[in-house]
Design a protein around this ligand. Structure first.
Ligand SMILES: Cc1ncc(COP(=O)(O)O)c(C=O)c1O
Length: 392
């Protein structure tokens, strides 16, 4: 892409999505997900227009959206989306009531639970709204190895015994029905295993992942079989994320996989052995100063990703190729110096292009996304933030 041509005359900073790469990533997801249905993770998109594009392009294998907050779910329901699975528990009484009303009005919204407390709050909202609510169990998919907890701290449902207990609680609720099981194997999806110059670490991560993949599959199967034996008619069994579509889609009990980061393919998804998507989203900042030879200082750029703090949460310079952030400054609140010693000549006013480490978080920094195709800006669409929304 000729970034200088794309951003010439535009006010920077500006965020963009290259639709040609975005669409190619959809095809790659469909291939990686084998025969499974695909649910899009809205947290990694945060733009209604692009969520619509995903629905349309994924086509008959599309099975809805995994949303990330109650209010966001309401926003998407009002925007016309359906088949919404809230990926995380909602506990606010007010928000649950609004969601239950949306269900009573005909929306298909499924609620995530892993504690009796979640279940009881849902039942209360269901009664108040005279609705019947669909519930999904979030099964913990972490692996407990000797001397190593390999996973994340989310769900309390770690075994069939835990599932049996919460099923009993759901059984006491007149207005709830269990329709789904979800398990997100974050330690498999979220850890890069093909980082340049880190052969030993890569080998260790791959070995741990291989063990965890087998164990996770056994646990998910045991839970699903248990529920089926208890007479539960599950509408779906959801698993995975961008980082592990290959392994999750091998599991027979899984009916659908979740994918979000695949579409923008942000910086943290560059280092995987099994797949590579095309970077499609980024942001351009403007060179405003040249404090030394080969140093170009740009306005803005300090858009840091969430998670354990570290250099991997910084943006990556995309253009000019070979450009680097300075170790002692990183990406700054107002200014970001970029070091570059290459054939391209950068002038004041030129664009430097970067990629965010995480996909959806880019959209929290910009009101709109320029949509690029064939090397030209073809449209501009609001992000959630551009719609005046900031959910989490
Ligand atoms: C419950 C759940 N499912 C799936 C995903 C995968 O999302 P992505 O494809 O954006 O990595 C995540 C990411 O955190 C998640 O929390």
């Amino acid at each position: 892409m000729d970034f200088q041509a794309i951003f010439k005359g535009r006010t920077l900073p500006a965020a963009f999505v290259n639709l040609d790469a975005f669409d190619a990533n959809i095809e790659t997801v469909l291939r990686r997900a084998r025969n499974k249905l695909v649910r899009t993770a809205s947290k990694s998109v945060r733009c209604v227009a692009l969520l619509r594009r995903l629905e349309q392009k994924i086509g008959e294998r599309y099975c809805g959206i995994m949303t990330y907050s109650g209010e966001e779910t309401l926003h998407l329901a009002h925007a016309g989306f359906d088949r919404l699975l809230i990926g995380y528990p909602v506990t606010s009484e007010n928000v649950l009531f609004e969601l239950a009303k949306a269900v009573a009005d005909g929306k298909q919204i499924t609620f995530m639970v892993d504690l009796a407390e979640h279940v009881l709050r849902l039942e209360a909202a269901a009664q108040k709204a005279h609705a019947t609510l669909d519930v999904c169990l979030d099964i913990d998919m972490s692996s407990r190895f000797p001397f190593l907890y390999f996973g994340v701290r989310r769900s309390s449902l770690t075994s069939v015994e835990d599932v049996e207990k919460i099923l009993a609680v759901i059984g006491t609720c007149k207005r709830l029905r269990l329709v789904g099981v979800m398990g997100y194997e974050a330690q498999i999806a979220g850890l890069q295993d093909n980082l340049p110059g880190q052969a030993v670490k890569n080998a260790v991560v791959r070995a741990l992942k291989a063990r965890s993949i087998d164990e996770v599959a056994r646990r998910r199967k045991a839970v699903v079989n248990f529920l089926k034996n208890k007479g539960c008619e599950l509408r779906f069994v959801n698993g995975g994320g961008t980082g592990c579509l290959e392994s999750t889609s091998q599991e027979n009990v899984v009916t659908e996989v979740t994918a979000g980061s695949s579409f923008y393919s942000s910086g943290l998804f560059d280092g995987y052995k099994d797949f590579q998507h095309l970077p499609s989203a980024g942001f351009a900042v403007e060179v405003t100063r040249k404090p030394a030879k080969n140093i170009y200082t740009c306005s803005g750029g300090g858009y840091i990703a969430s998670g354990a703090a570290g250099p991997d949460k910084l943006p990556k310079v995309w253009y000019p190729k070979g450009g680097k952030l300075l170790a002692h400054e990183g990406a700054g609140e107002v200014q970001t110096p970029v070091e570059f010693d290459g054939p391209v000549q950068l002038d004041i006013g030129d664009a430097v292009v970067m990629r965010h480490a995480k996909s959806g978080e880019l959209c929290e920094r910009f009101n709109s996304l320029l949509l690029v195709s064939d090397g030209k800006v073809v449209d501009e669409v609001p992000t959630y933030r551009g719609e005046g929304k900031c959910f989490l």
